[in-house]
Design a protein around this ligand. Sequence first.
Ligand SMILES: *[C@@H]1O[C@H](CO)[C@@H](O)[C@H](O)[C@H]1NC(C)=O
Ligand SMILES: *[C@@H]1O[C@H](CO)[C@@H](O)[C@H](O)[C@H]1NC(C)=O
Length: 412
Amino acid sequence: MALSLFLTLLLILHIAPPSQQQHDHKINAVDLAALAAIKSTLTDIPGSNFFSTWNLTAPDPCSTFSGIACSLNRVSTLTLGTGLSGSSGLAGSLSPSISDLTELTQLVLFPGLVTGPIPPQLSQLTNLRVISLTNNRLTGSIPGSFSSLRSLHTLDLSYNQLTGSVPPSLTSLPELKVLILASNSLSGELPAVSAQLLHLDLKNNLLAGPLKKLPSSLRYLSLSRNSMRGPLNGLALLSELVFLDLSMNQFSGPIPAGLFNPTLSSMFLQRNNLSGRVPSKLIGDPTTSASSYGGGSIVDLSHNFLTGELSPVLAGVESLFLNNNRLMGIVPWEYITSVYEGTTRTLYLQHNYLSKFPLEPGMELPDTVSLCLSYNCMVPPVGLASCPASAGVQLSRPASQCSVFNNRSNID
Ligand SMILES: *[C@@H]1O[C@H](CO)[C@@H](O)[C@H](O)[C@H]1NC(C)=O
Ligand SMILES: *[C@@H]1O[C@H](CO)[C@@H](O)[C@H](O)[C@H]1NC(C)=O
């Protein structure tokens, strides 16, 4: 049927009146047949009208079909779906005929209900720089043959139902900068990454095993909500990171000192098995312990096994979560100053073994601050509680649990 449409179209192009010929954008015949095949396996969900412009007998698909851009007479970008916020998207499946669009550099599928596998034939499209097929219901595994996509810069397959492992050939593609496979059901271990990636997001999958080699080029790394374990040593050299989320795994051992770096202004390591101390000075700036974290910074180390006294290094963080650890001693004045001055707006210290929050008489903290001190080895100063419900109702930890920590830091 696609073929007969295609023949009809050829006929129409040949008899097109002169006024049409000034465009002369006759689309390549193979590309036109591919578009017909692509349309035949997809439909608009009611509420979407993406394919309404795809009149396969119209003279100039390159300038009339929505979602298509051509270079000369070849389709160079294909964007399936309108992407409008109210649009319901497309249903159906992706046709292997996409691989006939051999000049394609960009393939985008907007959110919808498209099912079935990612056609492995896409790996023939060696000019592809961008593949983005997010928020649909794609199943099956990521084709290992994607290793032939030597020009690929961005691969985003997030929010689908993909299974299997992350092909090692994928994480070594020479041009790959952005790899987003978040919110699928990918399992196995994360292979070593040798591509010069800037952005790696694999959150919310079923990945296990340890962290292997990661490139120092990374600026954004999320592996949150997997089952990964082992030490974080491999992160010590990632000096370009600005966003790190490894929360809700089973990583263990100390947090590398190099991660306490104000450039890394969003750090989420909560709900792991991390232990050891937060360093007392910023690396690279051994002369000062003053923190230069500030507006917009967020550090969440809660629900781990961190020990020792609070480090002044984190005192200037805007939203700081250190609750549910084994921290002890007096809260350093840097923290109190930072809360008083409004630099720190959220400070959760509940469920530790802290012995004192030394507020000077007459010092009033801003009303807007969220400060929680409950369930420590002290009675929090009156009127200072703004705890989440999860902190529980007990203001102090039972004294019997505090005696071990009853050292010099508990003396006024
Ligand atoms: C498709 O294009 C052809 C040729 O321009 C035209 O005759 C026909 O009416 C169009 N069909 C629709 C549904 O617009
Ligand atoms: C994490 O800590 C818990 C509690 O101490 C322990 O049962 C578990 O075995 C640890 N897991 C790993 C992977 O270290």
